[in-house]
Design a protein around this ligand. Structure first.
Ligand code: HEC
Length: 140
């Protein structure tokens, strides 16, 4: 009996420590990941079909956009593109500020291989910005 009570106590403490050790970003990340579960609908329930449909056709993630539209240049360095994950190559660009990088992603960099939206004409502004954020996050 005592043994069980002790392990429950230990478990409680472990979870307590786990919860407080999370950073705000990790917490937000987890909330984001578990969110769709709460929104799931039962088959045949038309009252929530709208939101389920919207969730599945929502904007693509930065990673998805990167993989489909940016990787061709940013994974290889083609045309002098800063390579994803190359901290050195991105440092000076990141120093220009997030707004500038978002703008470069949306409008391109004049006179270079970086054309508007990296050439992804079916990408929304929001998706391009997410892809820029994804590249920046993975390159510092
Ligand atoms: C055809 C090749 C190509 C594709 C595809 C491409 N890029 Fe680029 N990108 C470049 C090149 C080349 C540069 C470097 C431009 C320079 O000299 O400043 C660059 C630079 C950038 C920069 C840094 C701009 C700055 O101001 O320093 C960002 C941000 C960027 N690309 C985002 C994207 C995103 C997001 C996508 C996909 C939606 C994408 N790129 C797709 C070639 C490409």
């Amino acid at each position: 009996m005592t043994r069980i009570a002790l392990s429950i106590l230990a478990l409680g403490m472990a979870f307590g420590a786990f919860a407080t050790d999370l950073t705000e970003a990790q917490r937000a990340d987890i909330e984001q990941r578990i969110k769709p579960v709460g929104e799931s609908c039962l088959v045949g329930d038309t009252s929530c079909g709208g939101s389920a449909a919207a969730a599945s056709s929502g904007p693509r993630s930065g990673e998805e956009v990167y993989n489909s539209a940016c990787m061709a240049c940013h994974a290889t360095g083609a045309a002098g593109a800063p390579v994803y994950g190359n901290v050195e190559a991105w440092a000076e660009r990141i120093a220009k500020g997030t707004d500038t990088l978002h703008s470069s992603g949306l409008n391109g960099v004049a006179g270079t291989g970086m054309i508007a939206k990296g050439g992804c004409m079916n990408c929304s502004d929001e998706e391009v910005i997410a892809a820029v954020d994804y590249m920046v996050a993975g390159s510092q």
